[in-house]
Design a protein around this ligand. Sequence first.
Ligand code: ANZ
Ligand code: ZN
Length: 820
Amino acid sequence: MMREYVHQEIESKWQKVWDEQKLYQTDQDPKKPKYYALEQFPYPSGDGLHMGHVRVYSIGDVVARFRRMNGYRVLHPMGADAFGLPAENAAIQRGVNPREWTVNNMKKIRKEQALLGTSYDWDRYVGSCLPDYYQMNQWLFLLFYERGLAYRKKASVNWCPSCATVLANEQVEDGKCWRCDSEVTKKELEQWFLRITDYAERLLTGLDELPGWPDRVRAMQRNWIGKSVGAHVTFTLPEHEEKITVFTTRPDTLYGVSYMVVAPEHPLVPQLIQGYENQHDIEQFIEEMRKQTEIERTATDVEKVGYFTGSYAVHPLTGEQVPIWVANYVLMDYGTGAVMGVPAHDERDFEFAKKYDLPIRVVIQPAAGEELALPLTAAYTEDGRIVNSGKYDGMPNRQVLQQIAEDLAKEGYGGATVNYRLRDWLISRQRYWGTPIPMIYCDHCGTVPVPKEQLPVVLPEDVVFDGKRNPLTTSESFVHTDCPSCGRTARRETDTMDTFVDSSWYYLRFTDAHNSEIPFTPEKANDWMQVDEYIGGIEHAVLHLLYSRFFTKVLYDAGMVNVEEPFASLLTQGMVLKDGSKMSKSKGNVVSPLEIIDRYGADTARLFILFAAPPERDLDWSDSGVEGSYRFLNRVWRLVMQHQELFGKKLTPGELNSESKELRRLLHHTIQKVTYEIGERNHFNTAVSSIMELVNGINQMGEQADPAIVQEALESLVILLAPFVPHVTEELWHEMGKDGSIHLVRWPEYDASALVLDEVEIVVQVNGKVREKLMISTSADRKAIEEQALSNSKVQAQLEGKTVRKVIVVPNKLVNIVAN
Ligand code: ANZ
Ligand code: ZN
């Protein structure tokens, strides 16, 4: 009786064995090339794994296993991104300790990851909420501080009233909190920032050195950094000492300026409106604007609103006085917070000028065709010929763009400049469950960093979670401390760090996970970096990936790592859908990974997920697809088991019959294809489908083929499947009488000579129509192929009464005979 495929027994058995043998401990053999495969570490939410997780881990595991079998020493670690709001919310709602809650969830998700049969080196496990990890966040914060890259300033910040916390710009989506969807408002607070803007240009140019990243992600980052090349133009104020500088991308339109606009928050506004009849109205307007978010103010469907301030500015080139307005559509934190209004050539300015009846001056005319008809019905934003602009008249505007910037610089009125949309990274959170920012405030010494040897600043236990304030402020033992500098009583910073800090460098920590002195030793990081394949969701295209790149560049500058970019290649996996929409609790369309694993096994779940779609595409969950994968594994099982007579035998092939040759050809073609599809293209689905064809081939030809060839095919089949379905292949491997784990076996190499066929099918066409198919020796030359085609009786019948004009031969493919 043949043994059945019982996944429950096989999977738990091998997981235990691998664990005991520490099979996936990182190989340190320096003679092997290194490979670093990394999947984004999960947030331990308490819900355990969802199918999205299963997908990322299945992909990462194939990559890691494939490289290991190909002779690399592979670093394939896992951890938990364990700080963050839900733990604190659970503390408020259920009265549970955030630490306990999180640590339990970490255990749960880790257990579920293991159930998938993933090949992680658990010895390098990293949990970001554990003091040995967040101590290093603090260490790095101090490094940033020493390098002038961490600073505190009062800032108008995005405030989520429901989460009672500050949000980074990136965490505001359409004016709403990224977590709870509440309307975000503005609030002024002292906040800690990381100076990512210092790295804007390098973060931008670095993108060109990442060919292994999807273009889409690079474009999103480019867009987020938002480089604008333009000029500063300085306007003097006849009635004030101060000057106003604007940022413009279009200095060529300078003669078209008919007014200026400053942002409501511009520091000069109080002076500008002082004593003006509308002062009170304007003050009220400014108050209103302060409460609104950037999005609310600048959405295209929002009406532009402004007030004349009563003050004027002097045009730097004409000396003319233009009115200064204050309006909602100018933002304080972009450029200089002030713009020059050029209604003839800017759409926003046009709309504003029309509404408030401000003059509109054309300074660019189309280079060809009709002149602009006055009055304008819309702004002319195209290129053209400069007019009404003094000495610049007649020049192409693109040329004037440069020229005016240079002239302004000479006159001391500004000059060429570059502006970025990227803002410094606000990392302060008024929350408990994060890394305490290691700073102390002393009435005598000011802001004093916690000395490195006093780290970690540990999260206290005596805190109140009432949802109304930062719990850290309720801990007397935490807040009151001694000044490290003068010893007097001082106060600790109670803000914690944005959890994106934790994930900005965890991939470096994995290279030296237990270092208790420093975040990681440079030698170890340099040994493993870069991450060769980084796998995760597109939702991290901007935030996490930009911050990680920033951290790596800072650490590169600090001499701690010798690469400037952390992730050589990035694979952003698609979503798992059910009936066309993303699996989610609220839609009630969630398929539980644990139920699938229980019913069909982890191998089936992995195989289905890898086979159903290319990794970047969305994948539609299909019960029949899962059934199909399960049936396939059963077929493989039976196919191998049917050949028990071959197990453990040492066989040598005799003279090969045509089935043996064809099976051998199919096998080596499959090896070649699977190796290429996994190793070069990450096309796991096509790799699986060619393995399926091999199974069909063995089924069809196994009876007639030489036993030695069948044995070779079966062994290779199991090896090729091993990265996808690690348990069933390990079991079959041992059934075949092999010693040692299949996962340490060397990946097969294809034999090029097996791919060469003795004969190939050649299509013969007469005047473009297929008339015959011939088997012709692959060693035949053009002349011989032509002769065989012409002498074929069916072909001759077609040629009767005609004269052959031309014969085209494409070796191994076709012969086309032109005759009339
Ligand atoms: C005059 C002008 C004339 C402009 C023209 C455009 C076209 P990007 O490309 O996004 O960088 N601007 C500058 N600072 C601003 C702020 N704080 N709030 C709102 N708008 C601001 O856009 C740069 C252009 O946006 C600048 O060039 C300025 O308008 C406006 F025919 O200056 B321009
Ligand atoms: Zn002091």
